[in-house]
Ligand binder design. Structure first.
Ligand code: SF4
Length: 314
């Protein structure tokens, strides 16, 4: 068993006995409660904004053993207990047969918290190792294989929704990866139809910051299983974008929040995709147009600028 086994065991025991929060000081407990409330509110808002969960849904929560999927499950359980909407949760973990995978950790945790679950054993690890040359990043093929298995299992379980643990920072990273390397303006949507067209995939953590989820996982003492047991190199392009965003976040507070807001405030008339906006059929009219050209106006980025612009109009 791997080097972290003792730590897994300690955390498992702690999680099973409901300790973790109880071991915190009052101040830490206060902060933990605040964080929990914030995450719950953000998840609730994302679910409502995108109509992610509807009455009677059977939501399959994909639990990898990483911090994000533990937090996702924990928050969905908490919402389930308090929400007016009735929905079911079932957890699925895919045991990909990576060497050293501590296969007892998730069943013990899920049994201790009373969650119905299914562990699916499928050796995608060997497939990935066979197909990808040594030293190359294996995550892309690994994720694709994992997705295929999860869709199949969702069908078997009669799940109406598949919940994944991607968060705000994953969404921003993917946006930049597509911009830098894919020549596309797109990212991970909070809700979509699966590749096979049969399932609705949801990302209830879409509004949650990664650093909040990391802090939450630590406070809750989740028995984390690292993803890199497979020995994969980090995806260097994603890592570079992650570091760029982290530096921006430190140097320019609010920038990531603004970028994320921009994803919910798109103006096709001020981009260049003629399949989204009818540039060919554009005509003049008799009055002002909402989408009219303000390209030469000063942009109201500076505090107070909006006010100045309005004064100039008077
Ligand atoms: S780190 Fe390993 S297990 Fe995780 S996604 Fe990449 S290849 Fe798969």
């Amino acid at each position: 068993m791997g080097a972290g086994t003792d730590e897994y065991l300690e955390k498992e025991v702690a999680a099973g006995m409901g300790i973790g929060m109880e071991m915190l000081s009052r101040k830490e407990q206060h902060n933990a409660n605040k964080l929990h409330k914030r995450l719950r509110r953000l998840v609730g808002t994302a679910i409502a904004d995108f109509n992610m969960i509807e009455p009677g849904d059977r939501v399959m929560v994909c639990l990898s053993g990483g911090k994000d999927s533990y937090a996702l499950l924990d928050i969905l359980r908490s919402l389930q207990a308090h929400a007016a909407t009735q929905f079911e949760l079932i957890v699925v973990n895919l045991d990909q047969k990576q060497p050293g995978f501590p296969e007892h950790v998730l069943p013990n945790y899920l049994t201790a918290i009373g969650m119905p679950f299914r562990i699916v054993e499928q050796d995608t690890y060997s497939v990935v190792k066979r197909l990808i040359p040594e030293g190359k990043t294996t995550c892309s093929l690994c994720s694709r294989l994992r997705r295929g298995v999860l869709y199949r299992v969702a069908g078997e379980l009669g799940a109406t929704k598949i919940a994944l643990g991607h968060h705000r920072d994953d969404i921003l990273e993917t946006l930049f990866l597509n911009l830098f390397h894919g020549g596309k303006l797109k990212t991970m949507p909070p809700k979509l139809v699966s590749d096979d067209g049969k399932h609705i995939v949801i990302r209830p953590l879409a509004y949650c910051k990664e650093k909040d989820l990391a802090a939450y996982a630590e406070m809750e003492n989740f028995p984390i299983i690292p993803c890199n047991l497979c020995g994969s190199q980090k995806n260097m392009q994603r890592q570079a974008v992650k570091e760029m965003l982290q530096q921006w976040d430190k140097k320019f507070p609010g920038r990531l929040e603004n970028m994320f807001s921009s994803l919910q405030n798109i103006q096709p008339s001020h981009l260049l995709d003629s399949s989204l906006y009818d540039f060919h059929g554009l005509k003049t009219g008799n009055g002002p147009v909402v989408d009219g050209d303000r390209a030469f106006d000063p942009e109201p980025f500076e505090p107070g600028m909006e006010e100045l612009l309005n004064l100039n109009k008077e």
